[in-house]
Design a protein around this ligand. Structure first.
Ligand SMILES: Cc1cc2nc3c(=O)[nH]c(=O)nc-3n(C[C@H](O)[C@H](O)[C@H](O)COP(=O)(O)OP(=O)(O)OC[C@H]3O[C@@H](n4cnc5c(N)ncnc54)[C@H](O)[C@@H]3O)c2cc1C
Length: 337
């Protein structure tokens, strides 16, 4: 009982936050956890389940309400993704990328773009993918070479993206591409829809887990994209991509928290039920220490993630660094758990 109260994720939250946290926990327990293993084994992208989650407002959590979003804060978002992740971390991680893409369109798009794309993404009638990584540019994202050459009112897009979450199964692609010279300032951000001639996908990547979300290469061969589909100004794309990732880092870190939280509870349960040497494992002091360590790592990670989420919400100067610290710490610590 001691551990359960120490790791209680509702500690310190407002009544409103506790309410939507409970909604997310219930959804995770009823709609996700019972299917998680099957989704992974059969590589099912659970579109209908995610649409049900969107009915609860989880398709555009930190997107403005006038285009169908829930208008919640970064901390609220973290609380929700942590709770959903206890039901299926892989599916929640994809949902977090989707939310990040919708936020990018909501924040950097024109009024016309916001109203064109966001409502059907918030309801998850349509799904989005974030396309930054390329075969030759991963950590060094600013060296990307996918090119968008302007011809009148369209860009002609050529190149390919690697490891794109949802790729091939999603409908809207937020693509970072080069419209200018080398380096980050030559990058712009275009929104492409599935069905655009010249847009195709690689084979589904084989992964050791997270199989409820497909990962594929996204290929552009003379794809004509209207200039009207550019988010922000030419050359602003890298900045948009990085701003998206600040929230993305908090969200992925939150998914790790949810997975770790579920693990601590399962371990605690197992220690009380399983008997060896004539008594429950929980009577073994070494295992009590191990459980205490797991709980410590989880709570420390959660504190940092929520601290970073608040910093991002407040627009603090150190927010980007704190978001990176939160992702680094939470993903590693929770993996350890
Ligand atoms: C399951 C999955 C889903 C993904 N989904 C998406 C997605 O939806 N959209 C998207 O755009 N991308 C996605 N990615 C790509 C991901 O963001 C990249 O894998 C990541 O940016 C790292 O790039 P890389 O794999 O090319 O590794 P590399 O950049 O080649 O790095 C290889 C190793 O070298 C290290 N390294 C690199 N540079 C340095 C340095 N200067 N100093 C020290 N160490 C260094 C790295 O830390 C890493 O350990 C996904 C990846 C995976 C595995």
């Amino acid at each position: 009982r001691g551990i359960a109260s120490c790791i209680d994720p509702s500690t310190g939250l407002t009544e409103e936050q506790k309410e939507f946290q409970k909604v997310a926990f219930d959804f995770a327990a009823k709609e996700m956890a019972p299917h998680m293993a099957e989704w992974d084994e059969k590589e099912i992208f659970p579109v209908e389940t995610m649409r049900k989650a969107a009915q609860l407002g989880f398709g555009g959590i930190y997107v403005k309400p006038d285009v169908g979003g829930s208008g919640l804060s970064r901390l609220d978002t973290s609380i929700i993704f942590e709770a959903l992740s206890t039901g299926c971390t892989s599916t929640t991680a994809y949902m977090s990328i989707h939310n990040m893409c919708v936020w990018m369109i909501d924040t950097f798009g024109s009024e016309e773009q916001r109203h064109k794309f966001c409502p059907s993404l918030c309801s998850m009638e349509k799904f989005a993918s974030y396309c930054l990584t390329e075969p030759g540019s991963g950590s060094d994202a600013a060296s990307l070479v996918t090119s968008a050459e302007r011809k009148g009112d369209t860009y002609i897009l050529n190149g390919s993206k690697a490891f794109i979450s949802g790729g091939g199964d999603t409908d809207v692609y937020v693509v970072m591409c080069r419209t200018g010279g080398p380096g980050p300032k030559g990058i712009s951000c275009l929104v492409l829809e599935k069905g655009t001639p010249g847009l195709s996908f690689g084979k589904k990547e084989k992964k050791v887990g997270w199989n409820s979300q497909p990962t594929r290469a996204v290929i552009f061969e003379d794809c004509a994209v209207p200039v009207d589909n550019r988010l922000g100004a030419e050359g602003q794309g890298f900045n948009i991509a990085m701003k998206g990732l600040n929230g993305g880092r908090i969200n992925i870190a939150s998914c790790s928290l949810g997975a770790a939280h579920a693990c601590v509870l399962l371990a605690q349960q197992h220690l009380t039920v399983r008997k060896q040497f004539g008594e429950p494992l929980a009577n073994n002091q070494y295992l009590q220490f191990r459980l205490a360590e797991m709980a410590t790592r989880l709570v420390a990670a959660r504190l940092l993630v929520r601290h970073a989420a608040r910093a991002l919400q407040e627009g603090r100067e150190d927010a980007a660094v704190l978001c990176s610290m939160a992702k680094l710490f939470a993903t590693d610590e929770c993996f350890g758990v």
